[in-house]
Design a protein around this ligand. Structure first.
Ligand code: T1G
Length: 694
């Protein structure tokens, strides 16, 4: 049970917050703090207070799970005011992360002592919010409006040393944190007076104002459609222009409006979905992972090299294997070049590059994988080639070695069947570039052993990935839904939309690139060859096929859907492409018409939502939240809309169902008809989220 414990040492009341795992400021903690402060103030034996916390985190902030529900008193701002207006000095002992409301609590204290490993931050911006318990008013008073705005608009924490330099903490306790905090509290009591943060204004100056305004203008330019950046600017500007109480009311008003904004709901959904994805249905904590001390990667191509870099970065020695020495050399050269680029950019030191390279052991021949604890196959997407490799690995590697395939589409069960150890086979679908993209689809074969799955999920996190369990089907989750978007985008071209209109609708929605610009960047030849190899499973993409057949592969050939004059990165409209689309439509007897951006988005995304619902029906994904974090982290779906399934909830499932029925009728494509789950949820006013929670 959450609580606040009080112990009195040397006339100092130490109030310790206990609410595992991260001391979130739920209502029990808030009430406990108000009661504990009142008792300490009433106790004549107490001359000062220390605010401490149990565990590895000081306070992770307000309890995010309370947002969107009826507020329970006392509110956090009330608790913060009780601390700041306390008749006796209060010092915060920051044993670990002090984030969001946790830092706001500390900022209201009259002194702050941090442990060396403490981190201090206001990450509310990442939840679609702004600080709502005085952070936008007290932090500027302590470190200046410019630095405070920078910290709040990034949402990234600073470490104890930086916090000391900024003035956010009074000292760093290299030894006993509590003793240092008590000593400071005693000094404040002995001095007989202290300054309330709300009363400080020594940090404000014309230069500080200018720094804030410049940072605000830059943030506003980057913000796009999200409403919390303008809200943060309003709150900090109020801090500079208005008395504390009025400015605090501005912060509260902006915060309260944001809590129920769809973008904040979306980001809270993503926050919890990312943590929920770690739970594998049907596998409990008693299932332990196999030790992974040594890895091997088969294939030194772009993917294999990137995967090897992931292991090296995580400190796991990895043997990178090719069958031909020259291919191995090319692969190693590409890895070195990647590192050199990072060193040039300053994101990697030369020492770290050398250290990581030393962990990648190039080798020719599968025998080199013999002593690996896990082998990741990353060769050509051909079942014959993979079957040969897995058969050999089955013979060469020791019992218990996990055999993983990086296949993007192929049947992991069929690959497992080529070995005598299907229980040790799993899919690890990395996304290109593997050393950058966070998403990892962990493909669970029919016979994959529970401890292999647990090992794969743990390894994913060790490699800095966001691992999500998916089932075996063509394209698993992400690529299976991407196929529906590709098909819908092509259909839109034939029906009358132009490439730049479709791409503009998608980028205005929040994607970095639209589907056609993305196809030109990746190379139209890649998809064209994949469709030819996929046979009847291929996506229907007549325009992309026609362009590829003319050798128009996109950026690499200077023209694809768009023109790229003189190697330009941004494509220009190409009259020839638009004429080709018109001819293809005419040949199909399609009377073309224009489409509004909203019609374009509905036609692109509703079929994806339908496919996602089918994926849930089939059990290929366990939760709609898993599907959402796959799309946010693997395909750049804008997080502030929560992913395709969360977005569908905001649109309204009944609207989605009606739209799909219309599209199915218009196109004659029965696969567009809403699936049973979607109909059932829409009819019963159910939701994907409720189904996840059931
Ligand atoms: N509220 C509720 N639950 C939380 C939580 C929070 N603030 N933070 C973490 N959890 C849960 C999490 O869901 C998981 O649950 C468990 O704790 C462990 O989390 C008014 C409005 C602190 C760095 O945004 O960044 O204050 O899955 O796996 O890796 O102005 O948690 O075990 O059931 O992440 O050790 C602002 C969010 C809130 C910080 C620890 N604060 N948390 O990382 O553990 S809004 C944040 C984190 C606010 C005020 C505003 C991290 C962590 P489960 P975990 P971790």
């Amino acid at each position: 049970m959450a609580s606040v414990h009080t112990a009195i040492t040397d006339g100092v009341a130490v109030l310790t917050i206990v609410n595992p795992p991260v001391n979130a400021l739920g209502v029990a903690v808030r009430s406990g703090l108000v009661e504990a402060v009142a008792a300490a103030v009433a106790d004549s034996a107490v001359r000062a207070l220390v605010l401490a916390a149990e565990g590895k985190v000081f306070v992770a902030g307000a309890d995010i799970s309370e947002f969107g529900k009826p507020p329970l008193p006392p509110s956090l701002p009330e608790v913060v005011a009780v601390i700041e207006d306390c008749a006796k000095p209060v010092v915060a002992a920051l044993n670990g992360a002090a984030l969001g409301g946790g830092l706001e609590l500390a900022l209201a204290c009259h002194g702050r002592v941090a442990a060396p490993g403490a981190k201090l931050g206001l990450p509310e911006i990442k939840l679609g919010l702004i600080p709502g318990a005085g952070g936008t008013q007290r932090l500027p008073r302590i470190i200046g409006a410019g630095p405070a705005f920078a910290l709040m608009s990034s949402g990234d924490p600073v470490d104890a040393r930086k916090a000391l330099a900024l003035g956010m903490v009074d000292e760093i306790a290299e030894g006993d944190l509590l003793a240092a905090a008590i000593a400071l509290a005693v000094r404040l009591a002995a001095a007989g007076g202290w300054t309330k943060t709300r009363a400080r204004a020594d940090k404000f100056s014309p230069e500080d104002r200018a720094a804030f305004e410049a940072a605000a203008a830059a943030a506003l330019k980057r913000a796009g459609r999200v409403p919390n950046v303008p809200a943060l600017i309003d709150a900090v500007r109020a801090c500079l222009d208005q008395p504390f109480t009025e400015a605090l009311a501005v912060e509260r008003a902006r915060f309260s409006a944001l809590v129920n904004d769809p973008s904040a709901r979306a980001l809270r959904h993503i926050f919890f979905a990312e943590r929920e994805a770690a739970r594998i249905p049907g596998i409990g904590k008693e299932v332990k992972a196999r030790p992974i001390a040594k890895a091997a990667v088969i294939g030194a191509g772009t993917m294999g090299g990137g995967i090897a870099m992931c292991f090296a970065q995580a400190g796991i020695p990895v043997t990178l294997i090719e069958v031909k020495p020259e291919a191995l050399e090319v692969g190693m050269a590409r890895i070195r070049a990647n590192y050199e680029t990072s060193v040039k950019r300053g994101s990697l030191t030369a020492e770290a590059m050398a250290e990581r390279l030393s962990r990648i052991l190039p080798a020719v021949g599968l025998e080199a994988a013999a002593d690996a604890d896990i082998v990741v196959e990353a060769v050509f997407e051909d079942m014959g080639v993979k079957a040969e490799i897995f058969g050999a690995l089955d013979r060469l590697t020791k019992p218990g070695t996990i055999l993983a395939t990086n296949t993007s589409y192929l049947d992991v069960d069929a690959i497992a069947a080529t070995t005598g150890r299907p229980q040790d086979v799993v899919g690890l679908h990395f996304f290109s570039p593997a050393n950058v993209m966070r998403l990892l689809e962990v493909v669970r074969g029919a016979q994959t052993a529970p401890d292999v799955l647990v090992t794969a999920m743990g390894l994913g996190r060790t490699l800095g990935k966001l691992p999500v369990v998916v089932g075996v089907c063509y394209g698993f989750v992400g690529n299976r839904m991407l196929a529906k978007r590709t098909e819908a985008a092509e259909r839109l071209l034939l029906a009358g939309a132009l490439p730049h209109e479709v791409d503009a609708a998608v980028t205005d929605f929040g994607f970095r690139m639209g589907p056609f610009a993305m196809a030109d960047l990746a190379g139209l030849d890649i998809g064209w060859r994949a469709r030819k190899a996929a046979g009847d499973k291929a996506v229907n993409a007549p325009v992309a096929d026609a362009l590829a057949e003319q050798g128009r592969f996109g950026q690499k050939t200077g023209r694809g859907f768009y023109l790229y004059p003189d190697g330009a990165r941004a494509g220009a409209r190409d009259p020839e492409t638009e004429a080709l689309i018109g001819a293809l439509a005419a040949a199909r007897g399609i009377a073309r018409r224009s489409f509004t951006p909203d019609e374009i988005l509905a036609r692109l995304f509703y079929p994806m939502v339908n496919e996602g619902a089918k994926i849930l029906e089939e059990g290929i994904a366990a939760r709609s939240g898993d599907i959402d974090i796959i799309w946010v982290n693997g395909y750049n779906w804008p997080a502030f809309t929560g992913g395709p399934m969360q977005w569908a909830e905001e649109v309204g499932l009944a609207t989605i169902v009606a739209g799909l029925e219309r599209f199915a009728a218009e196109t004659g494509d029965a696969s567009l008809a809403p699936c049973a789950l979607l109909r059932q949820l829409a009819a019963g006013a159910g939701s994907f989220a409720a189904r996840d929670a059931a």
